[in-house]
Write a protein that binds this ligand. Structure first.
Ligand code: ADP
Ligand code: MG
Ligand code: MG
Length: 911
């Protein structure tokens, strides 16, 4: 690598001035937002601001994110970074009157990661850096506390060993635990200086064994190695995964903070703790947190000793307590948001080590927002942005009642679908259905290695799903989220044996029928039967909050619902209509499938019509139910969409059945029937059914189907209208690619409508429109709009056909695409604005050119995704439509989009 290239880059980015890579705390730009966070990271910016505000912060400096990006590009930092770091270090040494790792009065530092968006626990931090065989003696003498000095040194070797040298943590833990056993020590703090010296000697052996070299004694070398390790930790799997889940750009990089150490492990007048200015679970305004005396760093959260509630500090060190309360209240006032802070007490003196806007549950977010408005801290308009739309899901699902409960966490998996579920274990879908049929009130937890589409019937009757394999996009996760049902996925510690009807976890065996409690919000699998607190979509605080947000919403929110139950659910969550009612689901029911099959098997129009006649009254009844549920609101009904083979048995199954019969009952008349069926299945077989005979192609090939459906829709509409129900049907033709298809199907719908109106001597208003779900349809939308009175973007198919990715198999591609940064997110979850979004823009513009009043909506999965909803709002959609459980999220996302346009603010959501 030539140094020349590095120089050129400097010139490019900062003229003749070298880039400023290193900022001393409190130096330089002084607002805690915007650019400062980009460069210093959240932690660095917070430390800088607290320093500027005169709060007690141990001094230090931040190496900004550009150095990390450089490190990622080149595998090393430039000489300029090292020069500026050494300069800052010299300044720090001067300020403290100490030398890094000096033999007699050593300066020790922490080396801390800190990116723009907080990623708790994802990257690494090293404490007590600068200690070596010499300086540890100096520290022991200076403090007159050898126990403390050797404790700090063993911590350094342990942290440095695992983070920088990548030695497995357990290698150190084994040594430490062994020593505790040998000395019969209960707590870490029971080990004396001598014992700790022995630990250190053994730790050093561990280092030598694993790295073939000695633990580095040169403090400066320690610093450089630690810094680079923190840069590398940006790219560890945990951090990458976290970024993907939270939509954080992989290219941002982390800053590194080098800070003078203060010591919470100096003795009983020292300690360390973490806290929140409000309760992050409930939002209640109370001082909340934990601390431990004679402890350092992560001891509080590591669960080695039981920490004390922070209010107890008032008793232990009242002055420190009052100072901490005063400082954190000031911090909350300054940032105008709930703070999550870290502190250390050294010999009765308080030091602040971190502050940031605290993460919180959806319920807490709503409560904190409302209370801060009441307190005059923020405006109502700001409050709207203090809740992430996805967080509102918390209100729609039950949760575990943990008050006074005895909680034994068996394992923790992925929080695949939020909410809570308590029930008795079943290990197969069939068993679940069987139990449910015996007792429809049965509460069941379906436990599987992973689920497949064959488990759906069991998943439907189960209260919750637990899998030991699979990720956030596994079958179990995706399906349960759609159902609004709690799921913990990929709980790897659990071994499921379907055969023995048992699950094993850490030596414990649970059998079918045993009780289990799942927390889908945290991923916890809890032994036994906890109580649950039901969902509360009418929570008064939620209602109040939404009443502030909703006046800014300029776009309607509808739900995708096929049956009255879902429609009513959606209305309860605030849906203003149905944006997609699929008609095919109605045909899978047991009493209908035979008629549907008869229709498909018919080889002439007459037989087909006979079968359709049988389906007509059933279909009419379906629509009556949905129309009644949606009284006063529009209902968009899509004509038949899926390829017909979906209604027939699988070819392989038929072959097996035929083979069996040929042996057992070769004369059975059933055989002939099966052969006819097989014939038809083979005729209908398509290599690419998703690109085959489906959508409007069906209705064009078999116009009788569209006719029957239109008749069912209008007969139902006329009937409920006569009951006084306000009904607004919108008939939607799927998968059109141009005007002529649209005209063909619209003509049938309109003709049948007239027929029905004449027969019943009654008229209702309706619309005929189409889905835009193929690229060609988007490009010729001006033509299609001549016939279509509305467009609804079917973004699942549109994404599938624009990318040419099968949405059913995309998982296999996604992993590599996300890992390589080719895609930033799953385009089936968050609308691809660059590609699919372009097509949508074209279609909206062309559609409105032809028909300025054309109604525009979206009914793909994206209709409930906040970023996609924002895109729809920006393009002046009339409505978005999503699954019932996402209606509330869509309402808030649409309100935020409206508010940011109206107030001209960027959607400033807290990450
Ligand atoms: P994370 O980002 O994972 O929270 P931090 O960089 O905040 O990691 O470090 C974790 C903990 O280490 C802090 O909460 C604090 O207790 C301790 N720590 C970090 N720097 C210092 C320091 N200069 N003096 C004393 N303790 C420190
Ligand atoms: Mg921290
Ligand atoms: Mg489609």
């Amino acid at each position: 690598m030539s140094t020349h290239a590095v120089d050129v880059e400097h010139e490019k980015s900062a003229g003749s001035q070298p880039v400023k890579y290193v900022y001393f705390f409190g130096e330089g730009h002084a607002d805690g937002h915007g650019k400062m966070k980009d460069e210093l990271g959240g932690k660095g910016a917070g430390l800088a601001e607290m320093t500027n505000a005169g709060l007690p912060v141990p001094p230090g400096f931040t190496i900004q994110t550009e150095a990390c990006r450089e490190y990622m590009r080149k595998g090393d930092v430039s000489a300029e970074v090292n020069r500026q770091m050494d300069e800052a270090l010299a300044h720090l040494e001067q300020l403290q009157g100490q030398q890094l790792g000096g033999a007699d009065n050593p300066l020790l530092v922490s080396v801390r990661s800190g990116a723009k968006f907080s990623m708790p626990g994802m990257m690494d931090t090293i404490l007590n850096l600068g200690l070596n065989d010499e300086s540890v003696k100096g520290l022991a003498q200076r403090t007159n506390n050898p126990r403390f000095a050797y404790d700090s040194y063993r911590r350094l070797i342990q942290m440095f060993g695992s983070v920088v040298l990548e030695i497995p943590k357990h290698a150190f833990e084994e040594v430490f635990d062994g020593k505790k056993k040998q000395k019969k020590a209960k707590l870490d703090t029971d080990l004396d200086a001598r014992a700790l010296q022995e630990v250190i000697a053994e730790y050093k052996k561990v280092v030598k064994q694993h790295t073939k070299r000695d633990f580095p004694q040169d403090p400066h070398e320690q610093l450089v190695m630690a810094r680079d390790a923190v840069f590398r930790s940006w790219g560890n799997d945990r951090a990458k995964h976290y970024r993907r889940m939270n939509n954080i750009d992989d290219m941002l990089g982390t800053a590194v903070n080098v800070q003078a150490m203060v010591f919470g492990n100096l003795g009983e007048t020292s300690g360390t703790g973490v806290g929140f200015t409000r309760n992050p679970a409930t939002g209640v305004k109370e001082f909340y947190g934990e601390f431990l005396m004679n402890a350092q760093g992560e001891d509080v959260v590591a669960g080695i000793r039981t920490p004390m509630p922070i209010t107890e500090l008032d008793r232990v060190q009242p002055e420190v307590y009052n100072q901490l309360r005063e400082i954190t209240t000031r911090l909350e006032q300054h940032y105008r948001d709930m703070q999550d802070f870290e502190f250390t007490i050294q010999d009765g003196r308080l030091y602040m080590l971190q502050t940031r806007n605290g993460k919180r549950t959806g319920r807490a977010a709503v409560r904190v927002a409302i209370q801060m408005v009441d307190e005059g801290l923020i405006t109502k308009e700001e409050a709207i942005f203090r809740v992430e739309p996805n967080q509102l899901y918390d209100f729609l699902v039950p949760r575990l009642d943990e008050k006074n409960a005895d909680i034994e966490v068996l394992a923790t998996g992925l929080p695949a679908s939020p909410g809570a579920a308590v029930g008795q274990i079943v290990f197969t879908a069939d068993e679940a259905v069987e139990k449910f049929q015996k007792d429809p009130k049965a509460k069941l937890i379906l436990v599987r290695g992973e689920t497949t589409p064959e488990d759906i019937h069991g998943m439907e009757v189960a209260a919750g799903i637990l899998t030991s394999r699979g990720g956030m996009t596994s079958h179990a996760a995706v399906v349960t989220r759609g159902m609004g049902k709690c799921c913990v996925a990929g709980a790897g510690d659990i071994e499921v044996s379907e055969k023995n009807r048992e699950m094993r976890v850490h030596g414990k065996v649970l059998k079918a029928g045993d009780w289990l409690s799942l927390d889908g919000t945290t991923g916890r699998v809890i032994n036994g039967k906890l109580n649950t607190i039901p969902a509360s979509p009418d929570d008064p605080e939620l209602v109040k909050f939404m009443a502030w947000a909703e006046p800014f919403r300029r776009m309607g929110v509808r739900a995708n619902a096929d049956i009255p139950r879902d429609a009513l659910q959606a209305r309860a969550f605030g849906a203003e209509g149905i944006g997609l009612c699929r008609t095919e689901h109605m045909f899978f029911a047991e009493d209908r499938l035979p008629h549907m099959r008869a229709m498909i098997l018919a080889n002439n129009e007459k037989d087909r019509r006979t079968a359709l006649k049988k389906l007509l009254p059933m279909q009419r009844q379906d629509f009556i139910g949905v129309f009644r549920a949606m009284d006063g609101y529009p209902v968009t009904i899509r004509t038949l969409d899926p390829p017909l083979h979906e209604f027939l048995p699988r070819r392989e199954d038929l072959l097996v059945e035929i083979a069996k019969l040929e042996i057992t009952k070769p004369k059975s008349p059933k055989l002939k029937e099966l052969h006819t069926l097989l014939n038809r299945v083979e005729q209908l077989h398509e290599v690419n059914p998703m690109l085959g005979l489906r959508g409007c192609r069906l209705g064009i090939t078999y116009p009788e189907i569209t006719e029957m459906q239109a008749r069912a829709i209008f007969e139902a509409a006329v009937k409920v209208a006569k009951e006084g129900v306000k009904v607004k049907p919108e008939v939607m033709i799927p998968l059109t690619t141009g005007l002529k298809e649209m005209a063909n199907q619209a003509a049938i719908v309109r003709r049948v409508a007239e027929e029905v109106f004449n027969e019943k001597e009654s008229k209702i208003e309706y619309l005929v429109g189409t889905m835009i779900e193929l690229p060609r349809a988007a490009l010729v939308a001006d033509e299609i709009a001549k016939e279509a009175e509305f467009f609804s973007f079917g973004t699942n198919d549109l994404t599938q056909t624009t990318f040419g990715f099968s949405r059913d198999d995309v998982g296999k591609i996604l992993t590599a695409y996300l890992a390589n940064g080719i895609l930033k997110q799953d385009p089936f979850a968050t609308l691809d604005r660059d590609g699919v979004g372009q097509l949508i823009k074209i279609a909206v513009q062309k559609g409105r050119e032809t028909r300025p009043t054309i109604k525009i909506g979206i009914c793909g999965e994206h209709g409930g995704d906040p970023s996609s909803v924002e895109f729809c709002a920006q393009n002046n959609f009339n409505y978005v439509s999503c699954s019932p459980f996402r209606v509330l999220t869509a309402r808030l996302a649409a309100a935020q989009a409206g508010a940011s346009a109206e107030l001209n603010v960027e959607a400033g959501r807290t990450k």
